[in-house]
Design a protein around this ligand. Structure first.
Ligand code: NAP
Length: 254
């Protein structure tokens, strides 16, 4: 089975390519660096030739509201049209738990627009919604940074290791199209501000972390249900504490 991974050089994409190859599939990682650009259309038809499955794990270079919406609308429209021309039989994307619950977030609105384009395309599809990756917590901190403090939401979230997301995505990719949406989330729930503080401290960053129910998460105020996976979700196996230990910066012995 030939599988094209759009965004195959990214955090999720590169791991997905390795996982699928280890299962014996022919996998083509595609991204602008390898001459495949879903915004301009460059290289897309050639990449998709002979492919049965396309997994889209691309991401917008800018998280600005207008830019991210334009990215996911344009790239999905171009990609789905090319898939119809190529006779692709399954379109898979990675979306985000809560896309339909947090309309104030420009990024989540853009992911919902991506999901809707796929549902309306007539292409057999599967949508996997994931909670936030452990690796993304540093970016959450960055988005709330202001001088010597970091102000982030105190709402609950359920972060997950990227490799656990990849395992779920790989299973879906090689299965029959779901023509529906399923969720994957981390094994535990935490208050966002608590984990931001722990990640900063683990990196020697002593900035004060202030939990603030009005702090915006990429444009939106959150409540405890906004980003948490539903009861039927697949759960990752790696706990936050384990990931933190495995990724602790190497400090010189004193
Ligand atoms: N972060 C989270 O916690 C989270 C949670 C749930 C779901 N997601 C979703 O997971 C997906 C993957 O995220 P990630 O963190 O793995 O992304 P990432 O590491 O930022 O990688 C993005 C990939 O998209 C490619 N790309 C950018 N512009 C492109 C274009 N015009 N045409 C084709 N490819 C393009 C990049 O290629 P270059 O390297 O060549 O630029 C790169 O391979 C995203 O769709 C995101 O919404 C993220």
């Amino acid at each position: 089975m030939k599988i094209v991974v759009i965004g195959g050089t990214g955090l999720i994409g590169s791991r997905l390519v390795s996982t699928l190859r280890s299962k014996g599939h022919e996998v083509l990682p595609a991204s602008p660096d390898s001459g495949v650009n879903t915004i301009t259309g460059e290289g897309v038809d050639a990449a998709l030739a002979g492919a049965q499955v396309v997994v889209d794990v691309s991401n917008s270079p800018s998280f600005d509201d207008a830019a991210v919406l334009k990215f996911f609308e344009t790239s999905s429209t171009n990609l789905l049209a090319a898939e119809h021309r190529a006779g692709v039989r399954h379109h898979v994307i990675l979306s985000i738990v809560g896309t339909d619950r947090v309309p104030q977030s420009g990024y989540l609105r853009a992911k919902l627009a991506q999901e809707n384009l796929i549902k309306q395309s007539g292409m057999p599809y599967s949508i996997l919604r994931s909670t936030q990756f452990f690796e993304f917590i540093a970016r959450i901190a960055q988005s709330g940074a202001n001088g010597s403090s970091v102000r982030v939401s105190g709402a609950m979230f359920q972060p997950i290791l990227s490799c656990d997301v990849v395992a779920a995505l790989a299973d879906i990719t090689v299965g029959a199209p779901l023509n529906g949406t399923v969720e994957v989330g981390g094994p535990e729930q935490f208050r966002m501000a608590d984990l931001v503080r722990r990640v900063l401290r683990a990196n020697g960053d002593q900035r004060e972390v202030i939990p603030d129910s009005h702090a915006r998460y990429f444009g939106a105020e959150l409540d405890d249900a906004s980003l948490v996976a539903g009861p039927g979700a697949r759960l990752g196996s790696v706990r936050f504490e384990q990931w933190l230990q495995d990724n602790a910066p190497q400090r010189p012995a004193s």
